[in-house]
Design a protein around this ligand. Sequence first.
Ligand SMILES: N[C@@H](CCC(=O)N[C@@H](CS)C(=O)NCC(=O)O)C(=O)O
Length: 215
Amino acid sequence: MELYVYDHCPYCVRAMMIFGLKNIPVNKHVLLNDDEETPTRLVGKKVVPILVKEDGSVMPESLDIVKYIDTHYGEPILQTTVRPEIEALLAEITSYSNYLLMPRFIKLDVAEFATQRAIDYFTQKKTAYVGDFTQHFNNTPTYLARLTTDLEKLSAFVLGEASLNHRLSLEDILVFPVLRNLTCVKGLRFPTRLEHYIKRLSELSQVDLYTSQAI
Ligand SMILES: N[C@@H](CCC(=O)N[C@@H](CS)C(=O)NCC(=O)O)C(=O)O
């Protein structure tokens, strides 16, 4: 199978996680961010993740990919319950996390931003959507204060070692990608429980953190 992704894309991380957690081999292709041709040829629009299945058919939509892999390859490992409190906290965090993340993504050593053209493409497209990157970067302390409070709240919901609930569930597929991306923010301190969770799930899902290149 072939999986087309951007490394920084939280939806792509969802898909990468299920392959890593179940140890299912997949050829991962990280597209340049300005490559419109490849995804459009595969699914008719510029979007990732895209899975090309063993029979050659294509599947976009991260949660469809997660569900397909979990139910078609070995015993399912994910419970499907998502606590409404988790959903609400995640919605709150993602309402501003892009202000911290987008200005940093373009500075990371990730394959989708290997060229200046790809960086410029992303910057132009996303600035129109979230506002000026430099201004957001300079507002880091304000966003961090808000995030610290929200992460404390989230940490109180962690019940397992490498799972938010007692067992791996869809909650982890939704929450881990957001937390993993936030490891690129220098100066962010995760509550201890949450930090263990992120590290352990990174190992199990074989998705690297950005901690060593935090900005
Ligand atoms: N609902 C889709 C959303 C996927 C999505 O929004 N992907 C973004 C990357 S994070 C994308 O491809 N955006 C187009 C672009 O960056 O030009 C899913 O869950 O897979």
